[in-house]
Design a protein around this ligand. Structure first.
Ligand SMILES: C[S@@+](CC[C@H](N)C(=O)[O-])C[C@H]1O[C@@H](n2cnc3c(N)ncnc32)[C@H](O)[C@@H]1O
Length: 590
């Protein structure tokens, strides 16, 4: 919010007056309480100076400059949006007496709530940054000069990862059963992004690991700080036996994790709603997020309605996601229709090769037919160790085209001794050794104590001639049939998954079946397409496509093929081939 010069000067005069008077801080706070409704405005005299310096800083700048702290996931919610959110809650008949904003920043949620909820009695706000404390307090002073409100305001400058945060909840125990609203927009940053910034804005490790319900997070290498904050917040609310409503702006992935956690370790969330909002437009960031509204402190409900915040119709269309029969799905209605396909994949889906060194390992031929690496350097190595290579982006077609790249394969089995290459392929050995420092600089721990130039996602399956590949990263699901190229099996990258076959006919039949609409409907009822990698091995392994094959007749199969895929691949087959494929699949299943 921007403040007028007059307003800033008035406040500066007030602080200077306090400084001159040399009154005890308690008396100053009492005076200020009458004027602003803020409790304990200054915790110490030092803060009077801090506030004065902050005001001086603002008045000295023509245009107020707000430096956003990247490691604090700092995206202040615009006032007009917080106002719309509070209005929305009011229209849902919410009229809270108590409000908690756990990472309040400049306080736009609080300002809007004070304008909209007439029965608010107490407001509790927290933020770590001094500049926000003063900005927040100025906002309250300004609001108070414009309108009356009865609510008493409490601001705590503290770190929500500290034990002081949990102590605040002790104050709430006497408000049990009162209408409580917990609202806000927690920092938007992942622990990995934080560690890149060398930030200390993280929960203490011991506390973090010990915290009930967080077991699921600690095992994972990357999680959103907001996920931790929300779970910790809800556990504190449960402990203080409060009930009420929460309304938070969260990434969709965080909402999903909350629902998963609610099922696993009751967070007492019910009547869950995710109202999709246009975060790009509101915050100018590329993230898919929603306003998550739920009741807390009553029971745990494991489903969530998904609507649009911007849609204003009376009976808006909605989808539901969450848990059905102990399975987590993205579209309950569709899942219910296609859950007959839920089970275990008859064949194992494998992930492509991981090497973490594209510039050295992925090669290509230039227009003159010269083999180059990703740095544009000429490479002269034994071709036996080069394989046609497809990236995720190459799998968006029904039948794989000629590969643009070649991948160096240093091992045929996991952990195989690579020293053998020195004799078998001296040129390759020389090239790899020239790049030894780059191999040694690979960050992933999986390469530690492994043979030189190791790769992962490698085994007999890598060298099977026929494959059906699918990209994990693309929102649109596509199964791509891959045949050998130049008499060599084609290799996929580690963002892709694949089934592998010895015989073309088996790959062909499976590929046709995977293209049946039921398969797409089932898989898309499981995945959240906005996730970074919607299709994972775990998801694909849930698809028991044998069930579809079992109930499909030859004539249905044939007409589906003729109508949909014959144009992509002409194959001669008869009912005998079809039945052999079916019975072999059944045998392998048994
Ligand atoms: C995304 S901003 C949202 C601010 C405010 N809730 C709003 O909606 O406008 C996140 C806020 O969290 C605060 N914050 C970040 N880490 C914190 C921590 N460890 N403890 C307390 N506040 C923190 C930041 O200072 C920032 O104001």
């Amino acid at each position: 919010m921007s403040f007028s010069v007059d307003f800033l000067n008035e406040n500066l005069n007030m602080v200077n007056k306090f400084l001159k008077m040399n009154k005890p801080i308690e008396e100053i706070n009492e005076d200020l309480k009458k004027e602003t409704n803020i409790n304990h405005f200054f915790r110490s005299k030092v803060e009077l100076y801090e506030f004065r310096d902050y005001l001086l800083g603002l008045t000295n700048k023509k245009k107020k400059e707000i430096t956003l702290n990247q490691d604090l996931g700092d995206f202040q919610t615009p006032l007009d949006f917080t106002y719309k959110i509070c209005q929305y809650l009011q229209n849902q008949n919410l009229n809270p007496e108590f409000l908690l904003e756990p990472t309040c920043g400049e306080g736009n949620f609080v300002i809007s709530a004070l304008k909209i909820f007439p029965d608010l009695k107490k407001v509790f706000c927290i933020d770590l940054q001094p500049k926000y404390e003063w900005e927040f307090k100025l906002n309250i002073i300004k609001l108070r000069s414009e309108r009356e409100f009865q609510a008493e305001i409490n601001f705590y400058r503290l770190n929500i990862f500290s034990s002081e945060f949990s102590n605040i909840f002790k104050k709430f125990e006497k408000y049990t059963k009162k209408e409580f609203l917990v609202i806000g927009n927690p920092p938007w940053i992942t622990n990995t992004e934080l560690s890149k910034l060398n930030s200390s804005n993280l929960p203490e490790k011991s506390n973090f690991k010990g915290l009930k319900g967080l077991n699921a997070l600690t095992g994972k290498s990357n999680f959103d700080i907001a996920e931790y904050i929300m779970i910790n917040l809800l556990q504190n609310l449960i402990k203080s036996r409060l009930s009420g409503k929460i309304a938070f702006l969260l990434k969709d992935t965080v909402i999903k994790k909350l629902l998963i956690e609610n099922h696993r370790n009751s967070l007492k969330l019910s009547k869950n709603h995710a109202l999709e909002a246009n975060f790009q437009k509101i915050f100018h960031i590329h993230a898919n997020g929603s306003l998550f509204i739920a009741n807390f402190g009553e029971s745990s409900e494991n489903t969530c309605k998904k609507l649009s915040f911007h849609e204003k119709t009376k009976n808006p269309h909605y989808e539901m996601f969450g848990w059905v029969n102990n399975k987590f799905v993205s579209n309950i209605e569709n899942y219910t229709k296609y859950k007959w396909l839920e089970g275990k994949s008859p064949k194992i889906w494998r992930q492509g090769v991981k090497h973490d060194l594209s510039k050295v390992m992925v090669l290509y031929y230039d227009q003159k037919g010269i083999l180059l690496n990703g740095n544009g350097e000429k490479v002269d190595i034994e071709s036996k160790f080069l394989y046609p290579f497809l990236k995720s982006s190459d799998l968006q077609v029904k039948i794989a085209q000629k590969s643009r790249f070649e991948l160096i394969i240093t091992q045929h089995k996991l952990g195989q001794d690579t020293k053998l290459l020195e004799e078998k392929a001296p040129n390759l050995w020389g090239y790899l050794n020239q790049n030894l420092d780059k191999f040694n600089a690979r960050k992933s721990k999986i390469y530690n104590n492994k043979p030189l130039f190791s790769i992962f996602g490698i085994g007999d399956y890598t060298f099977k001639p026929y494959k059906i590949g699918v990209s994990g990263f693309y929102k649109k699901l596509n199964f791509c049939l891959i045949k050998p190229q130049d008499d060599k099996p084609v290799i996929l990258d580690d963002t892709s998954y694949f089934l592998f076959f010895e015989k073309l006919m088996d790959a062909f039949f499976t590929w046709i079946f995977l293209n049946f609409p039921d398969i797409k409907e089932f898989l898309s009822s499981l995945v959240f397409v906005n996730a970074k990698r919607p299709y994972t091995k775990e998801v694909l392994m849930r698809l028991n496509y044998a069930k579809l094959i079992e109930k499909c007749t030859f004539s249905n199969f044939k007409s589906f093929y003729h109508e949909n895929l014959e144009g992509e691949l002409k194959m001669q087959f008869n009912e005998g081939d079809f039945n052999t494929f079916k019975s072999e699949l059944k045998k392998s299943d048994n």
